[in-house]
Ligand binder design. Structure first.
Ligand code: ZN
Ligand code: CU
Length: 487
């Protein structure tokens, strides 16, 4: 037993601790000094002199949530309060998903979907090191663990991204990727479903993913097909992991489009089977609609599409695409052309697949929220409270301890975030205090930016960042670098 100190900076007392390992809750006090947890125990308040105290009676004290799938690369710079995330209890975000990262790419207009992060004015980091330096000069409220995006690498070295890369271009991407990994990126992401990466053959990805081995990095992928060819995509992903010798994460796992509904039975059994010989994980968001750039091909066969932003018609945000198209009396293609660049919410999944994926062993939670959309998908503000309140408490998909485990201990292990994701002595003090009986999302597809209920306090690196329904003004966030980065 570590010796209990006689003083601490912050004492969180009288709460029920869910420690993130999956173990059952225990009534415990948590003592924090500096950025670490220094003691855990019953009635510590009688033994420790604390500079400040938080009464957590009736609340759960858990590790802060890790949002495993985000597009917060630019938000951490332009909105360092990160309110949509910290209001949900999120203390760390994995950035750079779906092949899209804010670095390295500079000096030009980014091809869609890279414009989800902003236009060319925001793309001004030729290296990952420059991006990280700017964040560290002015950190956000929460921590970030950056991935580097394959599409960003392609857009930097290729004059035309709508084809396979040449050997020389792949070598150029390897150099950029090495630089990013040396700077501390935790892995590589791809967005093979999107036009600027779709023509990349499997071999191109294997060659790049192989660079991750030396850095202990991870490969995360928005797979080439999430519709009827999804099983081929799962096979391709597993093949990349095996041939490159790296752990893989399947991003926002889903069955997109009616013709693919039910296929999660097969994808999940393929993944479960593969786990015997390789490291494979997935993340999922708790909604039956997705959101990304507006593309005519993806609208066909979708039950409903809501426009989330439009550069040419900003006033049409939040409107149904079909009603805009019929007002204009034009084709789908022409309406997309007139709105673009633009984004949309696509209703394409079914509830059965979603629940099956959520229940899958060690499925991680990733919001995939799009912070710069004018009328964003409600997942940006609601993902974590929705899993806790709706899927865990109301529908009973899993016990609360399991829900917390998928948001904390599992992702910390999968992404190699050392000393995060569990409440234990010596760990970083990233914590959330919430009411298990009341926590619920309030954002939906008509009012997408409403703050969730039931999240009372959020602490990052020992500092309170969320209290009384607002950001405290503190910005203690850090870049969570891979352990093998050359600092
Ligand atoms: Zn994606
Ligand atoms: Cu994404």
């Amino acid at each position: 037993m570590p010796t209990v100190p006689t003083t601490c900076d912050l004492l969180i007392h009288s709460g029920d601790v869910i420690d993130g390992t999956g173990g059952v809750r225990v009534h415990l006090d948590v003592a924090v000094t500096g950025d670490r947890i220094v003691a855990l125990g019953d009635h510590l308040d009688a033994r420790i002199e604390a500079t400040s105290k938080i009464d957590a009676s009736g609340l759960i004290v858990a590790p802060g949530f890790i949002d495993t799938h985000t597009h917060d690369d630019r938000a951490v710079l332009s909105s360092p309060d990160m309110t949509p995330k910290i209001s949900q209890g999120v203390t760390s975000v994995v950035t750079g998903n779906c092949g899209i990262s804010l670095a390295p790419f500079a000096g030009r207009e980014p091809p869609p979907p890279m414009n989800l992060l902003g236009d060319g004015r925001w793309y001004r980091f030729a290296t990952m090191r420059e991006y990280m330096a700017e964040i560290e000069a002015s950190p956000p409220a929460l921590n970030l663990a950056p991935l580097v995006g394959h599409t960003a690498l392609r857009a930097t070295v290729m004059d035309d991204v709508y084809r396979a890369a040449t050997a020389a271009e792949i070598a150029g991407m390897e150099t950029l990727l090495d630089e990013a990994l040396e700077a501390g990126c935790i892995g590589l992401s791809t967005g093979l479903a999107y036009p600027p990466a779709f023509e990349a053959p499997t071999d191109e990805v294997v060659t790049l993913a192989n660079r991750l081995v030396a850095y202990g990095g991870i490969y995360a992928t928005h797979m080439r097909d999430e519709g009827t060819a999804i099983l081929d995509s799962v096979s391709e992903t597993l093949e990349i992991g095996q041939r490159a010798g790296v752990p893989v994460v399947i991003s926002h796992h889903k069955c997109n489009g009616r013709a693919s509904w039910g296929m999660s039975r097969k994808t999940l059994s393929a993944i479960a089977h593969a786990r015997a010989k390789q490291s494979v994980n997935l993340d999922v968001y708790p909604y039956i609609a997705g959101s990304t750039v507006l593309l005519a091909d993806w609208i066909t066969g979708t039950d409903r599409v809501i426009v989330t932003w439009s550069a040419q018609h900003p006033e049409l945000k939040g409107r149904d695409f079909e009603s805009i198209r019929s007002d204009w009396g034009c084709s789908v293609e022409e309406a997309v052309e007139r709105l673009s660049p633009a984004g949309g919410i696509y209703f394409k999944m079914n509830e059965e697949d979603l629940q099956r994926i959520l229940r899958f062993q060690d499925a991680m939670i990733g919001s995939d929220g799009l912070p710069h959309d004018a009328f964003p998908h409600p997942r940006l503000w609601g993902t974590f409270p929705r899993v806790l309140g709706h899927y865990c408490r109301e529908l009973g998909l899993f016990p609360l301890e399991e829900a917390v485990h998928r948001m904390t201990g599992v992702p910390a292990r999968v992404f190699g975030l050392t000393d995060r994701g569990t409440v234990r002595v010596g760990a970083h003090a990233d914590l959330v205090l919430f009411d298990a009986e009341r926590v619920i999302d309030e954002s939906d597809f008509s009012v997408p930016t409403r703050q969730a209920t039931g999240i009372y306090q959020v602490i990052v690196n020992g500092k309170q960042i969320w209290r009384g329904g607002e950001w405290t003004g503190a910005k203690p966030g850090r870049i969570l670098r891979s352990e093998r980065a050359a600092h």
